[in-house]
Design a protein. Structure first.
Length: 251
């Protein structure tokens, strides 16, 4: 790109954006810039590179950067987790245990992060400033937040049964489903999971562990996944099933 092709810089401007350049041509693109311009930032998006240029002679205010010695923390990880009333938190080594009205959950965290309790909040902090630790920082903060939410309010996943003759009912703690097979489908929930049925076609999975609730709901759905022609089967509440047109009959 030649100097004559550069956008005009207005008086008082601090930078000029050359726009986007095709990613496939990035290595072949040569930018011939005036002496008073220099590239200060390259922002990568899905299909393009964006170039920002600085014009010398103006006061350029760069975006805030992490100072030397500071840790660039995850935006999710640095959020404190509020401890609801009635929830007890205990930290022993690399294990944090939370206990509430819905049950007890434990999360084992790695040495890359540090977990502490202060002012009725759980604080998760990274021990170093590398990319892997930054990812683990947000991960363990989310796992601990899910545990706190699970023991205080719990998690719930709802499913719906669609199809003529398809139904479900409870036999004690076990779920009994008629899904068009020659035999009933009986599911016994694992510890900490409660199943319930409403109107013979709506199933509710409740528990304090978000992962277990999701696993049990997915297991129930797998017994008769929705088919694409009439939508018959077990689906999540609100799940959209893409339909296919059936074969047209002969005229």
């Amino acid at each position: 790109m030649k100097e004559t092709e550069l956008p005009i810089i207005q008086d008082g401007a601090t930078h000029v954006d050359l726009g986007s350049v095709d990613r496939g041509k990035y290595n072949k693109q040569v930018l011939e810039l005036p002496v008073n311009l220099k590239i200060v930032k390259v922002v990568y998006s899905r299909f393009t590179f964006h170039y920002s240029l600085e014009q010398s002679g103006f006061n350029w205010q760069k975006s805030p950067q992490t100072k030397k010695g500071e840790i660039n923390m995850s935006r999710i990880g640095k959020k404190p987790i509020e401890i609801p009333s009635g929830v007890e938190v205990k930290i022993e080594g690399n294990v944090i245990t939370v206990k509430g009205s819905k049950g007890t959950e434990s999360v084992t965290f790695r040495d890359e992060v540090k977990v502490s309790v202060a002012d009725n909040h759980i604080i998760v902090e990274p021990n170093s400033d590398d990319r892997k630790t930054n990812a683990l920082h947000g991960l363990f903060r989310t796992l601990i937040a899910n545990a706190v939410h699970g023991v205080s309010e719990g998690f719930e996943k709802k499913l719906e049964i669609v199809g003529v003759g398809y139904r479900a009912n409870m036999e004690g703690t076990k779920l009994n489903m008629a899904l068009g097979y020659s035999h009933p489908v009986i599911i016994e929930p694992p510890a900490g999971i409660t199943l319930s049925v409403e109107a013979n076609t709506k199933i509710s999975v409740k528990g304090s562990n978000k992962q277990t609730v999701g696993d049990v709901a997915a297991f129930i759905r797998s017994k008769r996944p929705p088919e694409v022609y009439k939508g018959k089967g077990v689906k999540y509440e609100g799940e959209h099933i893409r339909r296919k047109a059936g074969k047209a009959g002969k005229k």
